[in-house]
Design a protein around this ligand. Structure first.
Ligand SMILES: [Zn+2]
Length: 241
């Protein structure tokens, strides 16, 4: 079991941690700032700095076989030999990649508020994000971009809190996504609230205010199937050049 520090503070870029296990699969730590791929959001990359100053590159982060376990996938699996259980490391994430994930992830919540239909697919990377909506009506790209800009300009606070599973059962409308059901059996569920805009269970990383989403635009709207409309988001700065 790894203590997931990013769940309560997504702004942490590094932490000290103790090695629980290191093998060909990757490194398990007692605590980490690395987000494991899940809920549509890509895993973090970065490095583990050893006490002797050596830096081991982390190519990806995945959930382990055991619930709550987080696996730091090493770029060079041979590096695992440098880590013994009980040794301490400093875990450092790639700041730019995570910042992009946080901006896009928050933007997907804004998009959910603009498109009141169930979500049946989601992917959040450092270069783009896409959401699939279960619907057959057309969507207007320009209109969605304007809606996003308005919600970003309104600078609404983004915060999370933990609720009991019984509270979730009593409020089924909280579950917007058809493909990503909140994890059950852990007694509490993390819900993400964008003040006055969106409220739903989510374990991902987000910016603290919609203003920090910045210039995110809808780059494409696609009809994927009779009942699926796909919306792709990009950064205006990279779309421009
Ligand atoms: Zn989220």
């Amino acid at each position: 079991m790894t203590e997931a520090l990013f769940r309560d503070d997504a702004t942490l870029l590094e932490c000290h941690a103790r090695v629980l296990m290191a093998d060909a699969l990757g490194v398990r730590l007692d605590r980490t700032v690395f987000y494991p791929q899940g809920g549509g959001q890509a895993g973090d990359t970065g490095m583990l700095r050893l006490s002797d100053g050596r830096e081991l590159q982390v190519a990806d982060t995945r959930k382990g076989a055991v619930p709550g376990e987080i696996v730091h996938v090493l770029a060079d699996t041979g590096d695992a030999a440098a880590l013994s259980p009980g040794s301490t490391v400093t875990a450092v994430i790639d700041r730019d990649r995570r910042a992009a994930h946080m901006r896009f992830h928050t933007a997907t919540h804004l998009l959910c508020a603009l498109v009141p239909h169930p979500v049946n697919g989601c992917s959040i990377t450092a270069r783009y994000a896409r959401l699939d909506f279960h619907m057959n009506q057309p969507l207007d790209r320009q209109q969605l971009t304007e809606g996003l800009s308005r919600l970003v300009a309104e600078a609404r606070p983004v915060r999370h809190r933990w609720i009991g599973e019984d509270e979730l059962e009593a409020n089924p409308q909280l579950v917007r996504s058809m493909s990503v059901m909140p994890p059950r059996g852990q007694g509490r569920i993390r819900v993400l609230e964008i003040e006055g805009v969106d409220l739903q269970p989510c374990g991902g990383t987000h910016v603290a205010n919609t203003a920090d989403v910045g210039d995110v635009v809808v780059t494409k709207v696609e009809k994927k199937s009779a009942m699926t409309r796909r919306v792709i988001l990009g950064f205006a700065e990279s779309a421009a050049g």
